[in-house]
Design a protein around this ligand. Structure first.
Ligand code: ADP
Ligand code: MG
Length: 713
């Protein structure tokens, strides 16, 4: 039943109380769902639809088929059984009798009474001479007189609802205002544009969502609304990028064969073709006077660091500064160490700036950065929040950036003296962001991919064992250590007195959780007695941490027992064995990152996961990580298992205003929206043509402040 078209029009801005059946009390319940006016109501979309059968006479119900009927309840009773029991009622209309039975719902006795008129829907079955419907959907009808007419078949929308605002009440309010409200809804997409893409009008899409004639209409409506969502996002993101390009200047760092050769001389190895390709893309970006914004994605171990270094050295070659930001202190320290040793023979001046250096050192380093005495500053992302100013920053690298980068990049711009200059920015990530998501989240970035690994790498072999078999695991580790290899053992917790952030808390009793400390105790007195063991975790001081990493790198430690502080970036090629205990407690991306610490040298890496997963999801993750070493395939898998929100961090997903879009399912629409947005902006960079007025208003309302769009119209 589509609501009978009313002649009454509902202004979209009219308060929700103007909808039929919505009094002051109901209005409060609506407000709790964020629905304050008619427009909000229309925009409250059903998440699915249920088929409501056409009502017929009881005599016309077909046994074995779902049907609907209405009539009067003439008798009821509760039949009690030891467990469960049932509630029975008899429904009569002018053609016959239908027996109704509900199992395990004794409370119905207080809701359904003789004399009431009800409508039921369910599958009718023959029971001897009688016709019976078990567990039917039911609905009480108002008193005769106010009783609604017999219902035709209908796809009934099911709305996100609350206890005091059930879906059918929302349904009724929507149906009451739908036609009157949609008549005033303006479309922000021109008709010709829509027709080319076979998209329904906005009003038609809302009508088909709330009152579809059939399933195909729901699909068509969804297609339009998802497209809209994606087009708006792409328009916003791409306009912002165009505006930045137009407003912001960056130092042009042109390269030539001499500079190129000079830089490559510093690198300890020849670049792979994949690295070379990306370096060329970067060099051509950096030669421009508008700031580069590029995402470099490359799987764990693909060799992103040297690519970053190339860009930093290009800045130094022009007498400008570069900064490299890492997500952890451990990684910043490692970068500092690696880059220092590569640049030992050069005049390039480096600084390390992390939170655990003492305040006076930090202040002194900051001073040298500000005066231009430092060429390359290396630090944690926290550097962005500190009061560090640069003398002439030209290149900023954000390493292992898994998350939405817009804010960090904005913070970087704020570090410049002059508001219209920005450094060239490269964001490096190994959490391989599936292409679809990259396009959405990083829609304002160019994307380069380092595909392929440096020469001589063999894929890591991964095995999953359950706890009773762990003796064999440690025997294996000992054998490998005897052959001169080094191992990591990773645990989710430090142990004992810790209540630290590294502890994964999923409510498991702590006693049963093996930790860094308990494992050290167990191994040093057991299978690995006599081997050189050490621990690594976030509670160590910077000196302890550096000393331990130094010894591990030098081969003076056989086995490093660590928390996930080693998760990203750590690069010790001789370490080829990894054991991850309680592996089910780690996410897929995290397991992949951890595993990426091995298989970095010539030796084949072996990764052993110890886990007794308690959920199916946990087992699915472990199977996936055993099956493939391809980070991109794993990321797609992750997207399927967890949805995009978690992959980019829940905080960030809140900023992604995608209500209906589902990735990767809507990938094609995303690509289309991206192309369409690019072409649109090319033809109308400010969206200020008269026919774009509605689009402009809606776009700015949605993204004007979040994206910082400048309104030139
Ligand atoms: P990522 O940061 O992408 O995970 P790294 O930059 O840490 O990877 O590089 C991984 C390892 O590969 C390092 O030990 C590095 O020295 C080595 N490596 C990188 N590029 C090459 C290359 N072109 N040839 C040989 N080894 C390389
Ligand atoms: Mg790295």
């Amino acid at each position: 039943m589509s609501a009978a078209p009313t002649t009454h029009t509902y202004p979209l801005t009219a308060p929700i109380t103007s909808a039929p059946g919505v009094g002051l009390r109901r209005a409060e319940a609506f407000q709790r769902l964020g629905i304050r006016c008619i427009a909000h109501l229309i925009d409250h979309l059903p998440f699915r639809h249920e088929l409501e059968q056409a009502e017929g006479a009881i005599a016309d119900l077909t046994p074995g088929h779902v049907g609907a009927a209405r009539g009067e309840i003439t008798a009821c009773r509760v039949v009690r059984k030891k467990r469960g029991g049932r509630f029975e009622a008899v429904l009569i209309d002018h053609t016959g009798r239908l027996d109704l039975v509900w199992f395990n719902q004794p409370f119905l006795a207080s809701r359904i009474m003789p004399g009431m008129r009800v409508r039921v829907q369910g599958k009718a079955e023959r029971r001897g001479p009688m016709l019976q419907m078990a567990n039917p959907h039911w609905e009480a009808l108002p008193d005769v007189g106010a009783e609604p007419g017999a219902r035709a078949e209908r796809l009934r929308p099911v709305y996100p609802a609350t206890e005091d605002l059930p879906s059918h009440v929302i349904d009724k309010a929507v149906q009451g205002v739908l036609h009157g409200a949609l008549a005033q809804l303006e479309d922000h997409l021109p008709e010709g544009f829509r027709r080319e893409r076979e998209l329904p009008s906005l009003a038609a899409a809302y009508r088909m969502m709330h009152a579809p004639e059939h399933e195909d209409e729901v699909k068509a409506a969804r297609r339009r609304l998802v497209y809209d969502e994606l087009l708006m996002l792409q328009l916003g993101v791409q306009m912002r990028r165009a505006q930045l390009r137009a407003m912001m200047k960056a130092p042009a760092l042109e390269t030539n064969p001499k500079i190129d050769a000079h830089i490559r001389k510093r690198l300890p190895f020849a670049l792979t073709p994949a690295q070379d390709h990306v370096v060329q893309q970067i060099a051509s970006d950096l030669a421009k006077t508008s700031p580069a914004n590029r995402l470099i994605q490359g799987d764990v171990g693909s060799g992103k660091t040297v690519v970053a270094l190339y860009a930093l050295l290009l800045a130094v070659a022009h007498g400008a500064q570069g900064v490299l930001l890492a997500p952890t202190e451990l990684l910043a320290e490692q970068h500092f160490h690696t880059i220092s040793s590569m640049l030992k023979a050069s005049r390039v001046r480096l600084a390390l700036l992390t939170g655990s250096r003492d305040a006076s050192t930090r202040a002194a380093e900051a001073e040298r950065i500000a005066s231009g005495e430092i060429d390359i500053a290396i630090g944690t992302h926290a550097l962005l929040t500190e009061h560090v100013r640069f003398h002439n920053l030209a290149v900023a690298i954000i390493d292992e950036q898994h998350r939405f980068g817009v804010h960090q990049r904005a913070a970087l711009r704020a570090k410049m003296d002059d508001e219209t200059t920005a450094p060239h920015t490269l964001v490096m990530t190994a959490t391989p962001i599936p292409r679809t998501l990259a396009l959405t989240v990083f829609g304002d970035l160019d994307v380069s991919t380092i595909d392929g690994l440096p020469p001589g790498r063999q894929p890591v072999a991964t095995r999953w064992v359950r706890p009773p078999q762990t003796e064999e695991v440690w025997d294996f580790v000992r054998t490998r250590i005897d052959q001169g290899e080094q191992a990591y053992v990773v645990l989710p917790a430090i142990g004992e007195d810790d209540d630290d952030a590294e502890l994964f808390d999923e409510g498991a009793p702590r006693a049963s959780l093996r930790s860094v400390r308990s494992t050290l105790a167990q191994l040093s007195q057991g299978v690995l007695a006599g081997k050189r063991l050490a621990v690594m975790h976030g509670r160590l001081s910077r000196d302890e941490r550096e000393a331990t990493m130094q010894r591990f790198r030098a081969g003076e430690i056989d086995c490093l027992i660590a928390t996930t502080v080693i998760e990203v970036g750590v690069d010790i090629p001789n370490a080829s064995i990894m054991v991850i205990d309680h592996a089910d407690r780690f996410g897929l991306a995290q397991l992949h990152q951890l595993r990426g610490r091995i298989g970095r040298g010539e030796r084949k890496g072996v990764c052993i996961l110890i886990a007794e997963p308690s959920t199916e999801d946990g087992a699915a993750r472990l199977n996936a990580i055993v099956r493939t070493t391809d980070g991109f395939a794993l990321a797609e898998e992750d997207l399927k298992l967890r949805g995009p929100g978690e992959l980019i961090g829940s905080k960030q997903s809140g900023q992604l205003p995608l209500r209906l879009t589902q990735l990767p399912r809507d990938q094609d629409l995303l690509m289309q929206a991206r192309r369409d947005a690019a072409r649109w902006i090319e033809q109308s960079p400010t969206l200020s043509r008269p026919e774009e007025k509605v689009l402009h208003t809606r776009l700015w309302k949605r993204y004007g402040s979040t994206l910082g769009l400048v309104d030139v119209a």
